[in-house]
Design a protein around this ligand. Structure first.
Ligand code: CA
Ligand code: CA
Ligand code: CA
Ligand code: CA
Length: 394
């Protein structure tokens, strides 16, 4: 009798366990469906790219105007997406965020270029920060008003872009600010602190709104934020503007933006050609079935397994290795994190068949709690479809 009660209780606990898993997975699927309807890829043919910004985007001081990052990025965009591009570079030297907002509201050239765009990059804030610094600002008393104005302008700039252009496939990428004076301003720590506060705001907004964030600050000032871009030869002799090398770095940072972190860059995912990695969702981290290879459970050093920008036979084999050990939610192989990346290993290998699988075999769906033989077949199908290749970046 007592044993039966115990048994029933165990069954009840087991039921709750499975129901919980189903509910959680259901939420995943709903979120994924909602998210995947958010964004439509670019149409084949011509993509209109509009660059909004200041002297960094206009290429102030460069001898060769073909080396401006906007032009380099535009050239890459055409290759990466397999399209022609129609470029409007509206970078204006010394344009503050207040002035950019004003242009967006009143200048017909700006409004029509924004309205026509499929692709917009935004570079703003440097002039705001630079002007305050130029005026001798080194304390929160004078930086605070600048920061408040910048935040307000940034929100209004985005709102104005969205009001003028309501395309469902409009892609926006924003760059943050680098500090060219990091080694000059050592006696004035508030200057860098406020630049970083501006960057935090840009990051928060980009993440909330689903924009690509080009982390130029990290490329110029390093992950620590203390590296000197002048020493890297990224800055012109004026001490402020990017050199030709610096422009190349900025273009490259924009090009490698990977918003969902699935190893397929935004510029690839939003392209029209699936054979170049396109027809995916840059905000859906489950639709590109690249996994750490070799399989983490079989790797001599799991931290050295590589999740690269292509889905090949090796990815399928690694998924299969997880199927063979019966990895599913709750099992050690699924729950552990051998490569120490903060993601359960099971989630890295687990996928499901997406609803549009028959017509788009290069896509994969979100985890469903078990790494099945079907998952390995799905990965192999991605490879066989020719749509597993996001690695055109040199
Ligand atoms: Ca991606
Ligand atoms: Ca994706
Ligand atoms: Ca992991
Ligand atoms: Ca699965």
């Amino acid at each position: 009798m007592g044993r039966r009660i115990l048994k029933n209780r165990n069954l009840a606990l087991l039921d709750i366990f499975y129901i919980t898993i189903l509910v959680v997975l259901g939420c995943f699927v709903i979120l994924w469906v909602l998210n995947s309807k958010n964004y439509k890829v670019h149409a084949a043919g011509t993509v209109t790219y509009t660059a909004l910004g200041d002297s960094i985007s206009s290429g102030f001081g460069l001898t060769d105007q073909n080396k401006v990052w906007v032009l380099l990025y535009n050239g890459n965009l055409a290759n990466d997406e397999g399209v022609s591009t129609d470029l409007n570079n509206l970078g204006v030297p010394s344009l503050s965020s207040t002035e950019l907002l004003n242009k967006l509201k009143t200048d017909a050239t700006f409004r029509s270029a924004v309205s026509a765009a499929d692709f917009i990059t935004v570079d703003t804030g440097t002039v705001d920060w630079f002007t305050a610094r130029w005026n001798g600002c080194s304390s929160s008393a004078c930086f605070d008003p600048m920061l408040a104005t910048f935040k307000s302008n940034f929100d209004s700039i985005i709102a104005e872009i969205k009001a003028v252009n309501t395309k469902s496939n409009l892609y926006i990428a924003v760059m943050n600010l680098y500090n060219p004076y990091i080694s000059v301003d050592t006696g004035y720590p508030e200057r860098d602190r406020y630049l970083q506060l501006m960057n935090s705001y840009i990051a928060t907004k980009s993440s909330a709104l689903g924009f690509g964030l080009a982390d130029v600050h990290k490329a110029f000032n390093g992950a620590s934020g203390t590296e000197n871009p002048v020493a890297k030869n990224y800055i012109q002799v004026d001490g402020l503007h990017p050199s030709e090398t610096g422009h190349g770095v900025i273009a490259d940072v924009f090009r490698r933006v990977d918003t969902d972190g699935d190893a397929c860059a935004d510029v690839k995912e939003i392209g029209p050609d699936y054979k170049l990695g396109g027809q995916r969702d840059y905000k859906n981290k489950w639709d590109f079935y690249s996994v750490p290879v070799p399989a983490l459970i079989a790797a001599p050093d799991p931290t050295k397994a590589i999740k690269d920008s292509a889905v090949g036979a090796g990815d399928s084999q690694s998924v299969f290795a997880y199927f063979k050990v019966g990895a599913k939610a709750g099992s050690p192989e699924y729950e552990q994190d051998l490569n120490n990346n903060g993601i359960k290993d099971g989630l890295e290998y687990d996928r499901s068949i997406p609803p549009d699988h028959a017509t788009k075999p290069w896509l994969s769906g979100p985890p469903d709690g078990a790494i099945s033989a079907g998952d390995a077949q799905l990965a192999f199908g991605v490879f066989k479809s020719g749509g597993g290749n996001c690695n055109q970046l040199p």
